[in-house]
Design a protein around this ligand. Structure first.
Ligand SMILES: Nc1ncnc2c1ncn2[C@@H]1O[C@H](COP(=O)(O)OP(=O)(O)OP(=O)(O)O)[C@@H](O)[C@H]1O
Ligand SMILES: [Mg+2]
Length: 272
């Protein structure tokens, strides 16, 4: 970390990404009008974004516009075609254990208990007692006390997500990348998980980039909402959400106005 540069700070400058299609061209163009072999698929078009330390940013955008591609690049799992990404003032050269990625689907190891899964993040820690304490602390934060010795298949979907969150947080990452982490959860569990991420964020104040398709979820959770356009994605909207938690659209005209603006940006003009 450079002097004066906050931990968990992200700077994205003139980021472009395209993929070169590797698929075999053995297809009849009219029947399958996708990109042919050698075609370029333009995904990100000059993305510029600065995220200060500790901000919870929700990214919204149409399916296939490049949200996952974007966070994968910022997290170091992929490289940009042009432009640069700096975290804490340093260029990103691959994934870092200071940054944790929570994927859309559960990444818990099925043959390990909740405790063992959470412990994975601390496997290099020498002090076993301290390690056990830390693991317990985070199991407590995500409200899984009593389930430490359960295996993932013995947990509900929401509990699995919480265990995954504990495993991500125990590492004390500077940045947490969450790519639709609540996909597939039922409505009530999803609402509960939102609350947990909001509370956890207020408590630990880490930078979080959170991708979701759910506009209201973004408006309820985020310090800032960034809306991507259709592919190739540009940033269509970048707005701070000044409201305090808990948020209620019906009691906050400013929040409700912003929410409607985001819906409109995403092409929804009715059913608000
Ligand atoms: N490794 C790859 N090779 C070629 N094309 C890719 C690759 N990864 C992604 N793409 C293409 O890039 C585009 C953006 O994909 P991406 O997964 O980033 O979208 P997304 O916004 O996350 O979509 P969703 O909301 O459905 O998750 C898509 O057209 C996809 O086909
Ligand atoms: Mg995606």
């Amino acid at each position: 970390m450079g002097l004066g540069v906050a931990v968990g700070h992200i700077l994205v400058e003139n980021l472009h990404k395209w993929f070169v299609e590797r698929r075999s061209a053995s297809r009849i163009a009219d029947e399958n009008p996708g990109p042919a072999k050698g075609d370029r698929v333009f995904v990100l078009n000059d993305i510029n974004l600065e995220i200060p330390d500790g901000e919870l940013v929700c990214i919204l955008g149409p399916s296939g516009c490049g949200k996952t591609t974007f966070v994968r690049i910022v997290a170091g799992f992929d490289t940009p075609t042009a432009g640069k990404v700096l975290t804490d003032g340093k260029p990103v050269n691959g994934p870092s254990s200071d940054n944790i990625f929570v994927f859309q689907h559960s990444g818990l190891l099925p043959w390990m208990t909740v405790r063992e899964n959470v412990m994975l993040g601390l496997r290099r820690m020498k002090d076993r007692k301290l390690m056990a304490e830390k693991v317990q602390e985070y199991i407590d934060i995500v409200d899984l006390v009593g389930f430490e010795d359960h295996y993932p298949h013995q947990l509900s979907g929401g509990m699995q997500r919480r265990a995954e969150l504990a495993r991500a947080l125990v590492v004390n990452p500077e940045i947490l990348f969450m790519d639709e982490p609540f996909a597939g959860l039922d409505f009530l569990t999803r609402i509960k998980m939102r609350e947990e991420v909001i509370n956890m964020h207020e408590f630990i104040q880490k930078t979080i980039i959170f991708i979701t398709h759910d506009i209201d979820e973004a408006m309820i959770m985020a310090d800032r909402v960034v809306v991507f356009s259709d592919r190739p994605a540009v940033i269509k909207m970048d707005v701070k959400i000044p409201a305090r938690h808990p948020r209620d659209f019906s009691c906050d005209p400013e929040l409700e106005g912003l929410r409607r603006q985001v819906y409109t940006e995403l092409g929804v003009h009715y059913a608000l």
